[in-house]
Structure formats: structure tokens, C-alpha cells
Design a protein around this ligand. Structure first.
Ligand code: PIR
Ligand code: CA
Length: 316
């Protein structure tokens, strides 16, 4: 099996950090590089966090490209009440010794998609879609070259940042609208799916058995995330959104999807940033967007813990 080659565009973020671990620890994925985007925290902070997570994973070779600091149209909005002041509170972050590359994240996305064979690179986005939208606008030919675009964002049910909107789409709705309007294959991994990816005491216990610095890092992140979600969202166990995208690419049978058109509300006073998903079936002929509906949580957590185990072994 040849691994799926991906670019991860992200805003780490506790769950983005787990997405990085899953991508690096799974033999089914080749992570070509990370681009960062302002979202959970400022661009500066989330870029630093990406670097520190790579250090923890023992993968200082993975290139990091800082992207957009601000949404296309809206004001910046960060989520310290969920992710803390650093964006990755609850753990001690190692020195970010991974070099940050001297190329903008948007150009990294474009150059990679244009130089690699068409249809061989998948774009995974787990933050606001600013970089992806800018890349589309700067080089529209990337649309036909990407294998697919897997997005953590949105919901066909209720939102988490407002009653209507999920955070990543809320932060940059115009960017999201651009991304879902392109003629490429998209998979929306929204809250409907990610709210099934709850991390419980059982997963933390399995991580504790691994006993490595990376496993302890994961536990520290999850403990902080648990408290944030208890205090702010009324959850007992927090949903670990972002790695669901990577799990889908590792094994599409872990995440059930249905074809459905997706558009983004950019006008509504109450519904700004809502993903409007037409779930009426059958989907129109030629519909190229799919929406995630159901997670096999046991297998999902199996993949994440296997990845942490693999990365931990490699560092012994
Ligand atoms: C934002 C996030 C997570 C929880 C809240 N309440 C707000 C971040 C995560 O990193 C994920 O990508 C997405 N945005 C979930 O809304
Ligand atoms: Ca994220």
C-alpha cells in the first residue's frame, strides 16, 4: 500500500496536535508539510505550537510554513477559553527547534499541488480555510490537481461557536464559501461527526500504559481540553475533532459519509458561518461534496493510540 500524501493546514490547538500525531504515526499517511493559519490562537502562537508538536513527535524534518494571520474579511477571533493563552495550554512545550521555512503557507500549498503529479496530494484543513481559499485564488489550477480536500469544519446540526456556526467556518466564512464552491472532491468532517470522537478515561488509561513522553504530552493536552469543554461547553468528555479527518484518510470505513451539497452562510445575522448542507437524498448528480455522519469510535481511538505507540517506539 502506498501511503496517502497529505498537506495539513492547521491551527494547533489541542486536537490539531493529535491530528499531527496521527498523521506522523500512521504508515498509511505521508505528511508532506504543515501550513499554519491564525485560528485557535494567533498565527505566531499556532506556528510555534506546530513546531513543538513536531519536536515531541521526533519529526523535526517535517517542514512548517506559516500562512495567513487574518481572515479574508472578518476580524480575527481566537479561542483562548478552549485552548488557553498559548493555544496549547496544559503541557510544557519543548523549544521549537524545528526550523520555520522561508515560504508562505499559501505558496507551499500551491507549489506542492502544482509540482507533484495531479491527483496524488490531499489537502487536509483543520483550521479556518483562509490559506486554502487564498491558494485557490492565487492559483486556480490547484483545484484540478488536488486529490481531495478533507475539512474539519461546519455542521449540518448545531454549531459550537454560535448556535449556527462551527468555529473554523465562523472565523473565515468567506474563505469557507470559496473552498466549498470549487469543482473538487470535498469531505466535510463537521461537528456531527467529531462530537462522536470523545476522549474518555479509557483512552487516557491506554495512553498511560504507553508511558512515553509523547503519551504523557497527549494526556496533558486531553486533560486541559476536558476541563475547557466542561467549563465552556457542558461536555464531560471532550470531542477531539481534527484527527477525524486523518482517520478518514487512513481508513475511510472508520467514518461514514453521504454525498450532499455544502454552502456557507455569509450574510445571515443569526446564521453567519453556518454550513448549509442539503441532506435531502439522493444528492444531485455530479455532487462532489461528501459529509461525515458516523464514526466508528473504537477503531478511531485504536488508530490514534497506535500512532502514539509507533512514534514513541521510534524515539526510544
Ligand atoms: C474551536 C475548536 C475546538 C473547540 C472549540 N470550542 C472551538 C477548534 C478545533 O481545533 C477544531 O479544528 C475546530 N476548531 C472545532 O470547532
Ligand atoms: Ca483546529
Amino acid at each position: 500500500m502506498t501511503p496517502k500524501r497529505i498537506i495539513l493546514d492547521c491551527d494547533p490547538g489541542h486536537d490539531d496536535a493529535v491530528a499531527i500525531m496521527l498523521a506522523l504515526g500512521s504508515p498509511a499517511i505521508e505528511l508532506l508539510g504543515i501550513s499554519t493559519v491564525g485560528g485557535n490562537q494567533t498565527l505566531e502562537k499556532v506556528t510555534r505550537n506546530a513546531q513543538s508538536v513536531l519536536v515531541m513527535c521526533g519529526r523535526e524534518d517535517v517542514p512548517v510554513y506559516p500562512g495567513a494571520s487574518h481572515p479574508l474579511v472578518h476580524q480575527v477571533e481566537v479561542a483562548p477559553q478552549i485552548h488557553g493563552e498559548s493555544g496549547l495550554d496544559g503541557v510544557e512545550l519543548p523549544e521549537p527547534t524545528v526550523p520555520v521555512r522561508d515560504k508562505h503557507g499559501v505558496d507551499f500549498i500551491i507549489d506542492t499541488l502544482m509540482s507533484e503529479p495531479a491527483g496524488t496530494v490531499t489537502l487536509v484543513a483543520t483550521g479556518p480555510l483562509t490559506n486554502v481559499a487564498l491558494a485557490v485564488r492565487k492559483e486556480p489550477r490547484i483545484v484540478e490537481r488536488a486529490q481531495q480536500v478533507v475539512v474539519m469544519g461546519g455542521a449540518y446540526g448545531q454549531g459550537n461557536w454560535t448556535a449556527s456556526a462551527e468555529f473554523n467556518i465562523w472565523v473565515d466564512p468567506e474563505a469557507a464559501k470559496i473552498v466549498f464552491a470549487q469543482e473538487w472532491d470535498t469531505v466535510m468532517v463537521g461537528l456531527d461527526l467529531t462530537h462522536q470522537a470523545l476522549v474518555t478515561a479509557a483512552e487516557e488509561e491506554k495512553a498511560r500504559e504507553i508511558g512515553s513522553p509523547l503519551a504523557n504530552f497527549f494526556i496533558g493536552l486531553m486533560n486541559y481540553f476536558r476541563k475547557s469543554y466542561a467549563d465552556n461547553q457542558g461536555f464531560t468528555d471532550p470531542p477531539v475533532h481534527d484527527p477525524c479527518t486523518v482517520a478518514y484518510l487512513i481508513d475511510p470505513t472508520v467514518v461514514e459519509t453521504v454525498a450532499a451539497p455544502v454552502d456557507v452562510e455569509t450574510q445571515g445575522a443569526l446564521t453567519m458561518g453556518r454550513t448549509v448542507v442539503d441532506m435531502r437524498q439522493p444528492a444531485p448528480a455530479g455532487c462532489r461534496s461528501r459529509v461525515a455522519t458516523k464514526l466508528d469510535r473504537e477503531r478511531f481511538w485504536g488508530l490514534v493510540l497506535d500512532a502514539i505507540r509507533t512514534l514513541s517506539e521510534a524515539q526510544k
